[in-house]
Design a protein. Structure first.
Length: 317
């Protein structure tokens, strides 16, 4: 098996998902492959970018993206019904099993799959633990303090793990800057996808996962050697893309070029979107002030959310 295994993964994904652009399927494919490199043996791969499927439109396929992802990830899927406390204890159990030799160091970490992640950031919700895992747990070695069950003494638990999420509302920069964001759109009639039947898709995904494991065994050291290769972005963007670019470089073929094109596309778009949001807010504030010399914060917000076709109803802050 050669670089074509990534093509097999991408082909499987595109059967069920209508991506908004060619770069999204590349990012999704590489992200799935990187979940096989989260065990302690692969410590040189120091980060795990969050994968965020975003859209305000109901029924556009965000949940389907997670359902298809679940079939191919390397580690045991952990769903959003679990609390942050449960997740870090699962990660702590995994760490101890590796230390005792009950699991090998290349065993992937559990993978968080959180549908409707906007609920995590509801003002009245008590989700600080899970939010912290999403924010801090993208980097290997990060830990959270929890009370031990038996002694009630503070104990450090690992919180590093891969995470894929969906959201119908804008998410805070604290998670977006650690994420690769795929903006799912309602697919057109000219964008057919195959009907998703979990049992049939699982049967087809199983041999693909077996091939992925063979590839990891054969080319894992090539991935480690590729860490530190050129990255077309800097700072945190370079940090979160480095593992996936290393995988692409080890795979060869056209994947190194496609991965870097995707990297530039997503990182450039995030910056542009943030600038556009800031400009839009200034323009809208000017509009709602009208002839007023001053407005209270409460009245300003009320006028902003009452604008037609406004994006501010779904914003936090």
């Amino acid at each position: 098996m050669s670089y074509c295994e990534l093509d097999v993964i991408e082909s499987f994904l595109t059967r069920y998902i209508a991506y908004p652009d060619e770069h999204s399927s590349v990012a999704h494919t590489l992200w799935i492959m990187h979940t096989y490199f989260t065990g302690s043996e692969w410590s040189s791969l120091g980060t795990s970018p969050r994968l965020a499927f975003l859209s305000a439109t109901p029924g556009c396929g965000k949940t389907r993206c997670l359902e298809v992802t679940e079939l191919l990830v390397g580690g045991e899927p952990v769903f959003g019904t679990a609390t942050g406390a449960v997740l870090v204890r699962l990660l702590g159990k995994h760490e101890k099993q590796v230390e005792k030799g009950e699991l090998s160091g290349d065993e992937p970490l559990p993978v968080l799959l959180y549908d409707e992640a906007e609920k995590l950031y509801h003002r009245e919700a008590d989700n600080a633990e899970m939010v912290s895992v999403l924010n801090r747990g993208y980097r290997r070695g990060q830990r959270e303090y929890k009370c031990a069950a038996n002694t009630n003494e503070p104990e450090k638990f690992p919180c590093f793990c891969p995470a894929a999420i969906t959201s119908t509302k804008p998410l805070p920069d604290s998670v977006l800057t650690r994420s690769i964001t795929i903006r799912i759109k309602k697919r057109l009639g000219t964008e057919p996808v195959e009907p998703f039947r979990h049992a049939f898709a699982l049967a087809e995904a199983t041999p693909i996962k077996e091939d992925i494991w063979d590839w990891v065994s054969a080319h894992g050291q090539d991935v480690l050697r590729a860490v530190g290769n050129s990255v077309p972005v800097v700072d945190r963007e370079a940090e979160i893309w480095e593992p996936m670019l290393a995988i692409a470089d080890a795979a060869g073929g056209d994947w190194p070029d496609r991965a870097r094109e995707a990297c530039r596309f997503f990182c450039t778009r995030i910056g542009a979107e943030r600038e556009n949001d800031e400009l839009r807010l200034l323009v809208d504030c000017k509009e709602v002030f009208e002839d007023s010399e001053r407005l209270s914060s409460e009245h300003l917000i009320q006028r902003l959310v009452n604008l037609p076709d406004t994006q501010w109803r779904d914003s936090r802050g």
